[in-house]
Design a protein around this ligand. Structure first.
Ligand code: GP9
Ligand code: MN
Length: 646
């Protein structure tokens, strides 16, 4: 032992090796990076080294104990970054970004609680190497004698930088344009490591800040040209068919389409929704509808449904672009058809920055948690339980001036899908994966709460003449649960199957129209033009990235936020194209390449609108820009002013 530490490099070498080991352990055990083949495996093994050598190497410029202490501090900071990513990843299935870190303040207790719930006792192992290093500094006197020539220290750091470029070169070989096309954080982590990913993200955030400042109205031209050429004209059979009717839009938290008609131990999980899916009450069920959310999850779904533009490749536009100019559905319905609007949700209004962005979208009212009875027995997971939520929402809806557009957001069917025993009416699944097993109970609870809500809507007289729209916002079960899901679905969850599992239900009831199953492919960006056309408002003058689902010209290409796509024929996942119907691999061809180019173009134009805040330049003769200060969501105006006057 003495001998080892007599060598002046050994402390550094040991620190690098331990640091590498834990980074690699995190890659293997906590992250699901989709590593394929020995080349990628090799890169995964290689990538923590360069970061460890470069950053820990900085301590080599110092002498003696000071050098060791600084090394430990750097190691600790990097470990904290790694571990923050581990905890965040378990909850969000993604990596931290500067914008999500910035958002942490806005996210409040619910989100932090979610991430905290993913912390495990054995996570302490991530800090074990630091304890070892501290012990060495305390008990091995040799460390005091440490000294290295500055030129040699420089050489070591330079070697680390060199290693990084070798790593980058090999990565670019396997995945060209890795750093220019940022559709998936997992790629950057897989190829370059979590530390370089953070640096990369930092550079990007700084770039974004300058984009807004440098934008001009000319930037809007290619966006307007694209959306005009992509426009699908309304289907006369549906155009104006819901004119003047109340619109009740219900957000089914984390609800995936595989639940529809699914039987757990021979028992239907969601009998009420199943009936609607089969045309009862004249609901049209879109069984090939997909969520298109990114990191912003719920917030992205809301953004897409009301604005027909995509969430951002990183962070939640709701937060980072909450003060942009929007031409959103509630504002258009108000100005063109005299609608009032409200969001109803059993969480507090600052969550996802809703209190800000809703004002920019023109929502008249926001009934947040402060309007509901938030006693402990009414709460589970992220907030108010769905049954009391719907019960208490009825008088709020009744108080709204008609016609209204109401956006109701459920919450109980949210990770970790906990439910009080007295609320559970179906047994859990038995895969051994807690998340998956719980999911069925909260889904059943949501189903029952909907049945109760529909009854109450009927009693109040609001049901008959309203458009009712239900949609699942995003998946509830991530790829981290593939093993349990393969048990549930009785098939392997391949990348192809995972893409198919991103189906979420869209159900819509249009008074006077017959229901049934509609197999059209579509996604969340398609809902706004669909609703506009049902109102008899032509969507052609708006910047919409989706198209009317009922239109004969509807574009059935569903773009995912990471650049993958699904069409009735093809499914693209990470460079491999599959036949959507059979799941068989298809050779890439001119058609699939053209679809990919269109998807990339669509996503990047949508990003441009948000990053550069381009709608501030989009002047319409019949639309007045929304003035956010016209809205206030407090129970009393004084209260609102008090809280904003810090
Ligand atoms: C929070 C809720 C959940 O208010 O809408 O958001 P999510 O975690 O699904 O993005
Ligand atoms: Mn959600």
């Amino acid at each position: 032992m003495k001998k080892i530490f007599a060598n002046k490099y050994s402390f550094f070498v040991l620190a690098v090796l331990l640091f590498w080991a834990k980074s690699y352990a995190a890659y293997k055990m906590d992250f699901n990076l989709g590593v394929k083949g020995s080349f990628q495996e090799g890169l995964l093994l290689l990538n923590p080294f360069s970061s460890a050598i470069v950053f820990l190497g900085l301590a080599l410029f110092l002498k003696g104990r000071k050098s060791a202490i600084v090394l430990i501090v750097i190691d600790f900071i990097m470990t904290a970054l790694l571990y923050a990513n581990v905890a965040y990843y378990r909850f969000f299935d993604d990596f931290l970004t500067f914008s999500t870190m910035k958002q942490a303040g806005n996210l409040g207790g619910g989100m932090t609680g979610g991430v905290l719930s993913s912390i495990k006792p054995h996570d302490l192992l991530y800090f074990l190497d630091i304890i070892i290093l501290i012990a060495i500094v305390i008990w091995r006197p040799e460390v005091k004698k440490f000294q290295m020539k500055k030129t040699f220290a420089l050489l070591i750091v330079a070697a680390g930088v060199g290693l990084f470029f070798v790593n980058l070169h090999l990565a670019e070989k396997d995945r060209p344009e890795l750093l220019t096309r940022t559709f998936d954080h997992k790629y950057v982590v897989k190829y370059l490591g979590v530390y370089n990913y953070t640096i990369y993200d930092g550079v990007q955030s700084a770039q974004n800040a300058t984009q807004v400042a440098n934008a001009s109205s000319e930037d809007l031209t290619d966006v307007v040209n694209y959306t005009a050429s992509h426009y699908a004209k309304p289907n006369a059979e549906y155009f104006g068919k819901a004119k003047g009717k109340n619109i009740i839009k219900i957000h089914l938290e984390s609800f995936q389409s595989f639940l529809i008609d699914y039987k757990l131990n021979g028992e239907e999980v969601t009998p009420f929704l199943n009936k609607l899916a089969h045309g009862k009450e004249d609901f049209t069920y879109f069984d090939n509808f997909f969520h298109q959310t990114g990191q912003g999850k719920t917030a992205d779904a809301e953004l897409m449904m009301d604005n027909s533009m995509f969430g951002l490749p990183e962070g939640a536009a709701f937060v980072t672009k909450g003060e942009n100019t929007y031409q959103s559905l509630p504002a258009i319905l108000d100005q063109k058809a005299g609608y009032t609007s409200a969001v109803l949700h059993g969480d507090y209004k600052s969550f996802w920055n809703r209190d800000t962005i809703y004002k920019h979208m023109g929502y008249d009212q926001f009934f947040d948690a402060s309007y509901y009875n938030m006693d402990e027995e009414n709460l589970v997971n992220m907030g108010l339980k769905d049954k009391p939520f719907f019960k208490e929402s009825i008088p709020m809806l009744e108080s709204m001036k008609k016609p209204f557009y109401a956006h109701l957001m459920t919450l109980t069917n949210h990770y970790p899908f906990n439910l009080d025993e007295k609320d559970a009416t179906i047994a859990k699944a038995t895969t051994g994966d807690k998340t998956v097993d719980n999911y069925f109970q909260t889904a059943r609870y949501l189903d029952e709460s909907l049945e109760q809500f529909f009854k109450d809507l009927k009693k109040s007289g609001m049901y008959k003449d309203s458009v009712i729209l239900l949609y699942g916002d995003h998946n509830g079960i991530s790829e981290n649960h593939n093993r349990a899901m393969s048990e549930i679905q009785g098939k392997e969850i391949t990348p192809y199957q995972n893409a198919q599992n991103q189906r979420v239900p869209l159900m819509i009831r249009i008074p006077g129209k017959q229901g049934g199953v509609n197999h059209t492919y579509g996604g969340e960006v398609d809902v706004m033009p669909t609703l506009l056309h049902l109102q008899g408002i032509d969507s052609n003058e708006y910047v919409n990235f989706g198209t009317d689902l009922f239109s004969k010209k509807h574009d059935q290409t569903v773009a995912f936020r990471n650049g993958n796509y699904v069409t009735p024929k093809y499914t693209l996942v990470d460079n491999t194209v599959y036949d959507t119907k059979t799941g068989k691999v298809v050779k890439q061809n001119k058609k699939t390449e053209a679809i990919k180019a269109r998807v990339d173009n669509q996503l990047s134009l949508s990003d441009k609108v948000l990053y550069r805040d381009l709608l501030r330049f989009h002047k319409l003769s019949d639309f007045k820009p929304v003035n956010p200060s016209d809205y206030f969501y407090g129970k009393s105006k004084d209260k609102e002013e008090d809280s904003s006057a810090k």
